[in-house]
Design a protein around this ligand. Structure first.
Ligand code: GLC
Length: 576
C-alpha cells in the first residue's frame, strides 16, 4: 500500500540537522527527547507470544518476553492495535478505544505491561486508528439507527447516492484495499438507504473529522491513554483523516489506483486541512510531562509533503517510507541524503524503517532480484534467502548507525522470511477477498514468531495448547528460533544484540553528528563524529578495510581485513 545529493561534512562536524526551533532551548539545557535516537521494536501482538494457549498472542505474552526485549536492547516498543476489534483488518478496525481486546487480555494487563516495560527502561507507543472505526463501534451502530442528517450520522461520512434512485455511489472514490470507497446502507424498514465512505475495508467506516464531536472525543481518548502511561501514539493512516468538502470526483486519470504516495491533489488523501487535526493532537500530547511522542504513518507524495506533518507544532516523527521502498543498492545513499535534507528545516529527526506488519518480510525482499518493497507481492517470485539474510544483517548495521530513530519489526532480528505457503483458506487480510483473490495481502509477514523447539508452534504457544497458531508457521523455521540463534555467536539475533549494545554505549549515537567519508564507488562510508564509523559494501567487489580503524561489529564473520560485498561493519579508531 506504500509508495528521499550530497552534503559533505568533515567527521566530527555537526550537521545541526535534527534540532527544531521548539527544541533548541531543551537541547541547550542538556535535555534531548528520548525519541530522537530511540530504537523502536514493533510488536504485532497477535503473533508475538501466546501465553494462554488459544493460538493467538496476548499482552501477558509480551510481558513474559520483556526480558528478551531488554536484552535485545530496544528503547521502546510500538504495539499494533490492542483495542477490542472484530479483526476485519487485524485490529485496525476498532470497536472501543478505551479497552483491550479480550483475546489480548484486559486493561489491567495493559497497565501492568506498561509499568513493567518502564521498569526495564522500555517506552510504550500504541497505535491509534482514528481515520476510521469498526462497523461494530457503538458510534457507527447509532449512526445506522439514526436518520439522515442526524448528529449520529454526522460522525461519519454518510451521503445520498447519485442517480434518480440513489443507487450509484456518491462519487468515484476508491478504497485502498480495492473497489469503491462507498457502501450502501439499508434503512430499518428494509429500503435502500444512504451510502457511507470507507478508505479501507467496508468494515472500517471513515470518521468525519470535520465534526467537532469526533475531534473532542479523540482529545479525550488520547488523554485516556496518556493518563495510563503510554509514551507515544502512532497515528495510523494520518493523511486520510480529512476529505475535500463537497466530495468531488477524484481524477484518477483512467487508472483506478489509490496512489497515496504519488498524487498531490487527491481529494481523499493528504488534503491540506488535515494538519489542523494533528496540531490539535500535538497540543494534547504537550499537556503531558515526559516527552510523549506522536509518530505519523503518512505515505504521501514525496519528502516535501511529508515534512508538512512534521512542523514543530505538529507530529514529532514519521515513518520514512522512502528508505523502506528503495532497493538494496548504492541508491540508498541518495535516500539518506534526501531524508536528512528535507527534515533539517522542520527539526524532526530522521527515522529509518525497513519492515512492518504491512510489508514483505525483509529477508525475502532482499533475496529477490527486484528488492524494492511491494506489499502483498506474489509468492511466486523466487528469493535467495541466504542472500536476503546477509543483506538484512548489513542493512541492520546501516540503519542502526544512521542519525535518528530506527524501527525494527518483530522477527526481522531473526531474519524470519515471508511465509509464502499459507493455504488460501487461512488467509485473513481483507486485501485477499477485495482483490478478487488475486493479491494475497499481508498475512505472510504476520505469522507467529518462532521462540524455541524443533516443531511448530516453536514455543509461540505453551505446551499443551489446545489451538494451533492463528496462521501456520513453516516447519523450516526450526533453525530461526530465538533459542537456536541465542546460542550461536554469529546469528542474526546476536548481530542485532551487539549493535544495539554499542548504540547505547557510544555517545555519538545520541548526537546529530553525521558525515560521509570519501569512499570507492558503491561503498557507503560515514562517521558519527570521530568516535565511530559505518562502512557498507554495495560495490559488488570485496574491499580492504582501513588499517587505522578496528572492527566493533560486523554483519558477517570477516576473513582478515576484507569486507565482502553485501556486508557492513562499524569501526572505531585504533588506539595509537
Ligand atoms: C495502516 C496500517 C494497516 C491498516 C491500515 C488501515 O496502513 O498499518 O495495517 O490496514 O492502516 O487502518
Amino acid at each position: 500500500m506504500h509508495e528521499w545529493g550530497e552534503s559533505l561534512m568533515e567527521p566530527g562536524e555537526s550537521s545541526g540537522l535534527n534540532v527544531s526551533v521548539a527544541d533548541e532551548a531543551a537541547v541547550a539545557a542538556g535535555h534531548r527527547a528520548w525519541w530522537r535516537d530511540a530504537v523502536v521494536y514493533e510488536v504485532f501482538p497477535r503473533s508475538f507470544l501466546d501465553s494462554d494457549g488459544d493460538g493467538e498472542g496476548d499482552l501477558n505474552g509480551v510481558r513474559a518476553k520483556l526480558p528478551y526485549l531488554e536484552d535485545l536492547g530496544v528503547d521502546a516498543i510500538w504495539i499494533a492495535p490492542w483495542f477490542p476489534s472484530p479483526m476485519a483488518d487485524a485490529g485496525y478496525d476498532v470497536s472501543d478505544y478505551r479497552d483491550i481486546d479480550p483475546r489480548y487480555g484486559t486493561l489491567e494487563d495493559a497497565i501492568a505491561l506498561m509499568a513493567e516495560a518502564h521498569d526495564r527502561g522500555i517506552r510504550v507507543i500504541i497505535d491509534m486508528v482514528a481515520n476510521h472505526t469498526s462497523q461494530e463501534h457503538p458510534w457507527f451502530q447509532a449512526a445506522l439507527a439514526a436518520p439522515a442528517g442526524s448528529p449520529e450520522r454526522e460522525r461519519y461520512l454518510f451521503l445520498d447516492g447519485r442517480g434518480p434512485d440513489g443507487s450509484e455511489p456518491p462519487n468515484n472514490w476508491i478504497s485502498a484495499f480495492g473497489g469503491s470507497a462507498w457502501e450502501r446502507t439499508t434503512n430499518p424498514d428494509g429500503t435502500p438507504g444512504q451510502w457511507f465512505m470507507h478508505l479501507f475495508a467496508p468494515e472500517q467506516p471513515d470518521l468525519n473529522w470535520s465534526d467537532e464531536q469526533v475531534r473532542n472525543d479523540f482529545d479525550e481518548i488520547l488523554r485516556f491513554w496518556f493518563d495510563r502511561g503510554v509514551d507515544g501514539i502512532r497515528v495510523d493512516a494520518a493523511p486520510g483523516f480529512y476529505k475535500t468538502p463537497g466530495f468531488p470526483d477524484a481524477d484518477y486519470g483512467g487508472d483506478l489506483r489509490f496512489l497515496s504516495g504519488e498524487w498531490v491533489g487527491n481529494p481523499h488523501w493528504d488534503v491540506d486541512a488535515v494538519h489542523d487535526i494533528f496540531k490539535r493532537w500535538r497540543r494534547v500530547a504537550d499537556e503531558y510531562e515526559g516527552d510523549r511522542v506522536l509518530v505519523a504513518e503518512a505515505v504521501v507524495a514525496g519528502s516535501e509533503r511529508l515534512a508538512r506533518y512534521l512542523a514543530p507544532d505538529e507530529i514529532h516523527t514519521a515513518f520514512n517510507f522512502e528508505f523502506l521502498k528503495v532497493p538494496w543498492d548504492a541508491g540508498l545513499r541518495q535516500v539518506i541524503n534526501e531524508t536528512l535534507e528535507v527534515l533539517a528545516p522542520v527539526g524532526a529527526p530522521a527515522t529509518w524503517v525497513l519492515g512492518s506488519h504491512d510489508e514483505l518480510r525483509l529477508a525475502t525482499r532482499y533475496g529477490r532480484e527486484d528488492s524494492s518493497s511491494a506489499v502483498g507481492a506474489s509468492a511466486d517470485i523466487p528469493s535467495d534467502l541466504e542472500l536476503g539474510t546477509r543483506r538484512l544483517r548489513a542493512a541492520a548495521l546501516l540503519m542502526l548507525a544512521l542519525p535518528g530513530e530506527a524501527f525494527i519489526y518483530q522477527g526481522d532480528e531473526l531474519a524470519v522470511p515471508s511465509a509464502d505457503d499459507i493455504p488460501d483458506d487461512k488467509l485473513q487480510d481483507p486485501i485477499w477477498e477485495r482483490s478478487g483473490r488475486t493479491v494475497r495481502g499481508r498475512d505472510a509477514c504476520r505469522v507467529p514468531l518462532p521462540w524455541s523447539g524443533q516443531v511448530p508452534p516453536f514455543g509461540f504457544s505453551p505446551d499443551g495448547a489446545t489451538a494451533e497458531p492463528w496462521l501456520p508457521q513453516p516447519a523450516a523455521w526450526a533453525d530461526l528460533t530465538v533459542e537456536a540463534q541465542a546460542s550461536d555467536p554469529d546469528s542474526t539475533l546476536n548481530v542485532h544484540r551487539r549493535a544495539l549494545r554499542l548504540r547505547h554505549e557510544i555517545r555519538a549515537f545520541r548526537t546529530d553528528d553525521f558525515a560521509w567519508r570519501e569512499s570507492p564507488e558503491g561503498v557507503l562510508d560515514f562517521g558519527r563524529g570521530p568516535e565511530v564509523r559505518c562502512v557498507v559494501n554495495l560495490s559488488g567487489e570485496p574491499i580492504t578495510l582501513d588499517p587505522d580503524w578496528e572492527v566493533l561489529v560486523s554483519s558477517i564473520s570477516l576473513d582478515g581485513d576484507v569486507l565482502p560485498h553485501d556486508a557492513a561493519v562499524w569501526l572505531a579508531p585504533r588506539a595509537s
